[in-house]
Design a protein around this ligand. Structure first.
Ligand code: NAD
Length: 398
């Protein structure tokens, strides 16, 4: 006969979570986050699920240990495990890499950047009704001007390209131009918009809005919009109704997800004037970059906005802010963005009740006015430190 302890060990599920502490404030907010997540998992699964944290090398720590900024082992482990939690990484100056964060997304083909932005009661905000903001931004992560295809003014490539454009296409471009290329493909657009629609359907959200600048860039951003509507018709006919269908046939959304589109500049007005009319935004890379931060500013800043980069084979959950070097090692940084990213990760691996407990406890702490200095100073208060904030979130779990 097995003892009670043996039985418990047999029934216990161990899940391995790779993590990258990151640079600057990364290690502090990662320690705070792991503590909060472990506590939530233990509490909501009564010890039946245990997370085993597996540290991976990236950034300065990797450079010091093995002389590389982003070792192949790190990427292989994330692919093998399917998930990772990541702190911010500084961009090495003169390291030959534009950004380690972008390199990870590209190497693992994490094509969807997912950024949920919602208000937390009690947090100071620059707008009158921050509670009206509850939007998830799905931003295409692999194409657009972020593809990194560009050449310096006067370079051999630019001289050749300008000659080609003039002789073969009849396009005259100023000889002292730098040139960048903006590719937007049907495949990448559709897989991103598909992920956005699936999210809206799963979460019972009302709208998916395609954000684009198609009035000017017809064959890239305009095509993004067209491919979105094409996808809705081909794959989601029973679940999605378009604004156009409602206008032309008087059809009502009737429980379906409404797909509409907005030109990017108008969208920036809409998030200020009518944020409550939008639930999911699907955007090409650059629009999404700007919009995600603009939305986050309305609910109190980047410190409260979590993020995930999701592909077919792996998902990396990360704080959306950078390394905040001036706060490094001082126990003052706000760990909320990483804690909330951790909650997204828990949901992604099927630990929904733990995720909900993390979010609920964070809500309670902020509503009680317990905040780190970045938020507290907007109320002329001093605020608590990183680890004290994490302890408050744990205490709020009961
Ligand atoms: P940053 O996000 O580090 O800082 C912007 C401002 O926000 C600063 O005033 C900073 O002190 C504050 N801030 C950021 N996070 C905070 C937190 N958790 N708590 C309190 N205040 C916080 O952006 P930056 O200064 O432009 O970049 C610094 C480094 O981070 C650069 O090397 C950059 O490449 C990198 N970076 C990394 C990521 C990422 O890993 N995803 C994102 C952005 C920037």
């Amino acid at each position: 006969m097995r003892s009670g302890v043996d039985k418990m060990n047999l029934n216990r599920r161990e899940t391995v979570i790779p993590f990258i502490p990151g640079d600057g404030v990364g290690p502090e907010i990662m320690a705070a986050t792991k503590k909060v997540i472990d506590h939530a998992v233990a509490r909501s699964h009564s010890g039946a699920v245990v997370l085993r944290w597996e540290e991976l090398l990236a950034g300065s720590a990797a450079h010091e240990a093995v002389g590389e900024w982003l070792p192949k082992d790190t990427l292989d482990t994330i692919l093998a495990r399917g998930v990772a939690l990541k702190g911010p990484l500084m961009t090495p100056v003169g390291g030959g890499i534009r950004s380690l964060n972008v390199a990870i997304r590209q190497a693992l083909d994490l094509y969807a950047s997912v950024r949920p932005v919602r208000y937390f009661e009690g947090v100071p905000s620059p707008v009158k009704h921050p509670e009206k903001m509850n939007i998830v931004i799905f931003r295409e992560n692999t194409e657009d001007v972020y593809k990194g295809v560009e050449w310096r003014s006067g370079s051999k490539e630019v001289i050749e390209l300008l000659a080609f454009l003039k002789s073969r296409m009849g396009v005259d471009i100023s000889a002292d131009s730098g040139i960048g290329i903006k590719p937007i493909s049907r495949t990448a657009s559709k897989r991103l918009i598909r992920a956005a629609v699936n999210h809206a359907v799963k979460k019972d959200l009302k709208t998916v809005t395609l954000v684009h600048k198609g009035n000017i860039m017809k064959f890239t951003e305009g095509a993004f919009r067209d491919w979105g509507y094409e996808l809705a018709k081909e794959e989601f006919n029973d679940l999605v109704v378009t604004e156009e269908q409602i206008r032309t046939s008087g059809e009502s959304p009737d429980g379906k997800v409404l797909m509409n589109d907005r030109i990017a500049d108008n969208m920036f007005q809409q998030i200020l004037t009518r944020p409550d009319e939008y639930s999911v935004l699907a955007t090409p890379n650059l629009n999404g970059d700007y919009l995600a931060d603009a939305c986050a500013a309305q609910i109190g800043g980047l410190g409260l906005a979590p993020g995930a980069n999701i592909g077919e084979n792996a998902a990396v959950f990360e704080a959306v802010h950078g390394t905040a070097p001036k706060y490094a090692g001082k126990d003052v940084a706000n760990p909320s963005s990483l804690i909330l990213s951790g909650a997204m990760m828990l949901e992604h691996i099927g630990l929904d009740s733990s995720a909900a407990l993390v979010v609920k406890s964070l809500e309670r702490v902020l509503a009680d006015g317990v905040m780190t200095q970045d938020l507290a100073r907007m109320k002329d208060e001093k605020g608590v430190g990183t680890s004290a904030f994490a302890d408050a979130v744990i205490a709020a779990m009961g």
